[in-house]
Design a binder for this molecule. Structure first.
Ligand code: C5P
Length: 222
């Protein structure tokens, strides 16, 4: 039997990536965190394409997209993101990247640039991919589609704890504001907006933990 292609989309900080990673391990699939790719491009833009005001110059970024080579490498069993040969796995989680990524991700040229990379990975099957438009645009023929959500307060609480553990100096209101802003930009953009695919199964994990969420998702996969 061939291994399934699974699409997991949803709001920020619903646990999509960590849950996908664990399901991949259980089912022997490759896991791809597509948000990391958008973060990688944003990191490049913050390094190379900002004006005097420190803001990203989108036109400049688009003209330099061909210089950007993103790839995942297996480091001790974890896929880490490399930008032109340099490991940027830690840097892509910095707040400055989180604050700018949705503005970069709403550009059609940026999304197109990443589309083929994502489809190539899924072409052999046996993959679980998480993001915002996987079930709707990237892999519309996925075998299974899930759409994850949870209350804003619960998502802010989880992300805050995560950042705190990583040693980031932040507070829960700032974290919550970033989530709201990102979800709004992601849902309202013209190209590939964040939305539940018609044939996706809705998973609300406000009141269940990570293991229960995984069991719920696995219960749908034959
Ligand atoms: O998943 P993560 O929170 O790391 O994604 C960061 C951002 O990347 C999202 O807020 C969204 O703007 C963008 N993104 C996207 N499409 C995807 C994955 C992520 O637009 N498939």
């Amino acid at each position: 039997t061939t291994k399934p292609v699974i699409a997991i989309d949803g709001f920020s900080s619903t646990g999509k990536s960590s849950i996908s990673k664990l399901i991949a391990k259980k089912l022997g699939l490759i896991h791809m965190d597509t948000g990391a790719l958008y973060r990688g491009i944003t990191y490049f833009a913050l390094q190379n394409c900002t004006g005097d005001n420190g803001q990203i110059n989108i036109a400049q970024l688009i003209s330099r997209l061909p210089e950007i080579r993103l790839e995942f490498q297996d480091i001790d069993g974890e896929l880490q993101l490399f930008l032109n040969g340099v490991n940027i796995n830690k840097e892509i989680r910095f707040p400055q990247v989180s604050d700018n990524v949705s503005l970069v991700a709403k550009e059609a040229e940026v999304r197109n640039y990443l589309l083929q990379t994502q489809r190539d990975i899924a072409s052999k099957g046996g993959v679980i991919m998480d993001g915002r438009d996987i079930g709707t645009v990237v892999l519309p023929n996925a075998d299974y589609k899930f759409f994850m959500t949870a209350s804003q307060d619960e998502r802010a609480r989880r992300r805050f704890l995560e950042l705190q553990q990583a040693g980031e100096d932040t507070d829960i209101e700032t974290v919550k504001q970033n989530l709201i802003t990102r979800d709004t930009i992601d849902s309202e953009r013209a190209v590939s907006p964040l939305k539940q695919a018609d044939d996706a199964i809705l998973i609300d994990n406000t009141n269940i933990n990570r293991e229960q969420t995984i069991d719920l998702i696995l219960s749908y996969i034959k």
